[in-house]
Every structure is written in C-alpha cells, then in structure tokens.
Design a protein around this ligand. Sequence first.
Ligand code: HEM
Length: 129
Amino acid sequence: MSGIELALRITLTLHFIGLASLLGGFLTQMKAMKTGGSITPAIFHGAWTLLITGFGLTGLVYAQKAETGEAPIGWVLGLKFFIIVAIFVLAYMFNKKDKLPTWVLPSIGLLSVAAIAIATISGVVAATN
Ligand code: HEM
C-alpha cells in the first residue's frame, strides 16, 4: 500500500468517526428534541470533523488519481459540502443555547441522514475514464 493510500484510509477512518459523532449526538437528543433539546459537543465536533476530513479526503483522492484513474463525483461532493456547511452553521448558531427552536435538531438529523444516503447510494468517487 502506498503512503497516500494509507493516509487516505486513516483520513476515511476519521471521517467515519466524525459521522458517528454527528449522528450519535443527534440520536441522544431524540427524546429531548420534542421540547427543543440541545446541540451536544458530539454534534458540534462531529460536524467540523466531517468537514475537515472531507477536504483531506478530496485532496488525497486527487493525489492518487494518476494511479487509480478515480476522482470524486462533483455533484456528490457539492451536495455533501452544502449539507455539512448547513449543519455546521446551525450547530454553531445554537451551540450552548438552553432553549432551541424545535425545528433545529430535526433539521440536523434529516440533513445528516441525507448526506449518509447520498454518499452511500451514489458512492463518492468514480472512474474518470
Ligand atoms: C454530513 C456530511 C458527510 C457525511 C455523512 C459523509 C459520509 C461519507 C461516507 C459514508 C463516505 C464513504 C462512502 C464511500 O466510500 O463510498 C464518505 C466518503 C467520502 N467523503 Fe464524506 N461525508 C460528509 C461530508 C463530506 C464533505 C463535506 C466532503 C468534502 C468536502 C467529503 C468528502 C468525501 C470523500 C472525498 C470521500 C471518498 C473517500 C474514498 O472513498 O476514497 N465528505 N463520506
């Protein structure tokens, strides 16, 4: 395995830890969500971990392109980027607030599940030739 490949796999592991943190943090709020709930540290840290590792993954996939002939699918990356920025902005705006409007956490949950579904059903990288 090349150094870039190893770096990619380690970054993907961190991407999944961010994903687990975001979704897990959301799931712990399912009951509290009915009356507002709160942005837990797991949600907040999961969101920025996904964003940063996502950038890293994109760079590493391109770094390997000459060897693998694969590149990220533009619309998938674009949607994922849009979704994680929306989640991050919501998490940042309502971080450490006691009373959240009741739409905030369901929106974060729906956006997270949408990003997981898009990434998994479509795949994120594809052959370019
Ligand atoms: C809520 C946000 C996100 C979720 C739930 C998510 C989820 C996932 C999942 C499940 C995979 C594995 C899919 C597969 O390997 O076929 C993946 C891979 C990937 N993600 Fe994300 N992601 C998110 C945000 C981002 C962002 C913002 C970027 C880039 C700016 C990004 C870039 C990538 C790349 C390049 C891969 C492919 C790695 C590879 O297969 O070599 N992700 N993501």
